[in-house]
Ligand binder design. Structure first.
Ligand code: F6R
Length: 263
């Protein structure tokens, strides 16, 4: 795992945008795995800014989102499809027919199978962007999810329902079920980029990076991935024990890159 600790949430967004732009390099097709939630919103804002500045194009991109609430129509304002249209897709040159979000109204078992097949038909995911839940979930893989799981129906934990209820109006019942890529699906991505900001995420980040590999902390499965980047701000990193080492590794990488640059 590569752990990058930055000074602020804006720096996280900036470095994450560099990684996404590298994956979207001109002249190559790219399959992005995308997340919703509050964490990647700054990243999407930065990508839109770079797109408008002519620095990046999504014309050859295909995207697959991690998850969707069961029972929400794509045009429900709190659906993850609506979120993605609003926060990214409507503002860049991605072909809408190549953006994929699980269908929350379809039969969940059929939809899960269809989604796995669509990812495979697209050649697999090149770069998967992830957030992390306070309980360590990735996608909607709640604690005790199988580390080998594939896209499927999941029951959300009361704490996740509670965390999401702020987005639903009074009298609206927040969804209790979701279709989510599995941990095995996520681990198949060629590169994984997990973003975390704020002190509330510090325990989950510590458990994911420095705790044991465990189904109780789904994000700890990334320890098993050979190209996982954990990109955090100081607050989210505040409970990590090996900060000095992570910073040393990044300094060394910069030093080596500079040496190579100067021949
Ligand atoms: C969203 C998703 C979730 C979120 C996680 C963190 O597609 O898959 O795992 O990434 O719940 O959410 P925020 O960023 O709102 O704290």
């Amino acid at each position: 795992m590569r752990v990058i600790i930055t000074e602020s949430a804006d720096h996280v967004a900036h470095i994450a945008a560099d990684c996404v732009c590298e994956a979207l390099a001109p002249g190559q097709d790219c399959v992005l795995g995308l997340a919703t939630g509050s964490t990647p919103v700054r990243l999407y804002g930065e990508l839109i800014r770079r797109h408008h500045a002519g620095a990046v194009s999504f014309a050859r991109a295909t995207s697959f989102n991690l998850d969707e609430y069961v029972g929400l129509a794509p045009d429900h304002p709190q659906s993850y499809r609506a979120f993605m249209n609003r926060e990214l897709f409507d503002h860049v040159d991605i072909d809408p027919s190549r953006t994929h979000v699980p269908d929350g109204l379809a039969d969940p078992a059929d939809e899960a199978q269809r989604y796995e097949q669509a990812i495979s038909d697209a050649g697999g995911i090149d770069l998967q962007v992830l957030g992390i839940g306070r309980n360590g979930h990735i996608g909607f893989n709640e604690p005790t999810s199988s580390l080998a799981s594939r896209t499927r129906l999941k029951t959300l934990t009361p704490s996740t329902i509670e965390a999401n209820s702020r987005f639903f109006g009074p009298g609206e019942t927040p969804p209790r079920l979701a279709i989510t890529m599995g941990i095995g699906t996520i681990l198949d991505a060629r590169r994984v980029l997990l973003l975390a900001t704020g002190r509330a995420k510090a325990p989950a980040v510590r458990n994911a990076v420095e705790g044991p590999l465990s189904a109780m902390v789904p994000a700890s499965a990334l320890q098993w991935h050979n190209d996982a980047v954990i990109l955090v701000d100081r607050d989210a990193a505040s409970l990590l024990q090996q900060v000095e080492y992570y910073e040393h590794v990044e300094n060394e990488a910069r030093r080596l890159a500079a040496e190579q640059c100067h021949g």
